[in-house]
Design a protein around this ligand. Structure first.
Ligand SMILES: NC(=O)c1ccc[n+]([C@@H]2O[C@H](COP(=O)([O-])OP(=O)(O)OC[C@H]3O[C@@H](n4cnc5c(N)ncnc54)[C@H](O)[C@@H]3O)[C@@H](O)[C@H]2O)c1
Length: 263
């Protein structure tokens, strides 16, 4: 129960990976702050968690791309909890299947606002309090950014143009924040999933297979990912075993990115 007495805040917790992480963290004793723009999704996640364990949960509807809403979320959080040990920047959107040079300005603005400025807003709103969490020696807090293989050099994907660049930016921020917060004993890491069955892919394995075939992508471990595996990797990063890991981007993709020579 290594998260007992610790609070985990997850953005985009009303669906997909966020939902699975909520269940995984609560099972290790965490209290939860669950954020999303989708209230019904948040309630679904809460009910799912409470079916399995009795933990304290705060639901906060807020758009991560809007700093005022994020700051309000921080205020609400500390009215109820005295810490945020684990901060997971998971909320994200895709930008449709356009190459970056053909994508409309609105797509760029929206995708970067949610996928890049969102994590920045949330980390900015919480890092000062996290630094002061001396009760959790040796590590005061942990930030996990959910990026994507599409943001890694091998996975750079013109079909997901703006999304690809947004996740590369999030991986860059992961390294920056690890440098900026290291002396405060806060670790910052990213997880980059390959292709996983979640609502972002309409929960449709056929759609994923089609995408892989048109791109001639082969996955060495030839399975489509299950969201629980990402939650388990996040749990590892949250655990004391990972206390000495920071600034890293952990790729979980069945080897997909090492097998792509060209896109
Ligand atoms: N599914 C995959 O294969 C895959 C692969 C690589 C990376 N990812 C990344 O994983 C993360 C989670 O994706 P998922 O597959 O679980 O998708 P999902 O669509 O199931 O979940 C994303 C959640 O974020 C919420 N959200 C969207 N905009 C928001 C905002 N402005 N503020 C707060 N919440 C917002 C949505 O309402 C949704 O509940 C995303 O960052 C995504 O880019 C997913």
């Amino acid at each position: 129960m290594f998260l007992e007495g610790k609070t985990a805040l997850i953005t985009g917790a009303g669906s997909g990976f966020g939902q699975k992480m909520a269940v995984a963290f609560a099972a290790k004793g965490a209290n939860l702050v669950l954020n999303d723009i989708n209230e019904a999704g948040l309630e679904e996640t809460r009910d799912l968690v409470l079916k399995q364990c009795n933990t304290q949960i705060l639901l906060v509807k807020a758009d991560v791309s809007k700093s005022e809403e994020v700051n309000e979320m921080a205020k609400k959080t500390f009215e109820i909890f005295d810490n945020v040990f684990l901060l997971v920047n998971n909320a994200g959107i895709d930008g449709g299947l356009y190459t970056s040079l053909k994508a409309k300005e609105e797509v760029y603005d929206k995708v970067f606002a949610i996928n890049v400025k969102g994590p920045l807003n949330v980390s900015k709103a919480f890092f000062r309090r996290m630094k002061r969490q001396k009760q959790f020696q040796p590590i005061a807090g942990k930030i996990i950014n959910i990026a994507s293989v599409a943001g890694t050099p091998n996975g750079t994907n013109p079909m997901l143009g703006i999304y690809s660049a947004s996740k590369a930016a999030l991986i860059a921020f992961t390294r920056l924040w690890a440098l900026e917060l290291g002396s405060s004993n806060i670790t910052v890491n990213a997880i980059s999933p390959g292709v996983f069955l979640t609502p972002i892919y309409n929960n449709d394995p056929k759609l994923i297979r089609q995408f892989l075939e048109t791109r001639k992508i082969k996955i060495p471990i030839d399975r489509i990912g299950e969201s629980k595996w990402v939650a388990d990797l996040a749990l590892f990063l949250a655990s004391p075993t990972a206390d000495y890991i920071t600034g890293q981007n952990l790729v979980i993709d069945g080897g997909m990115s090492i097998s792509i020579s060209k896109l």
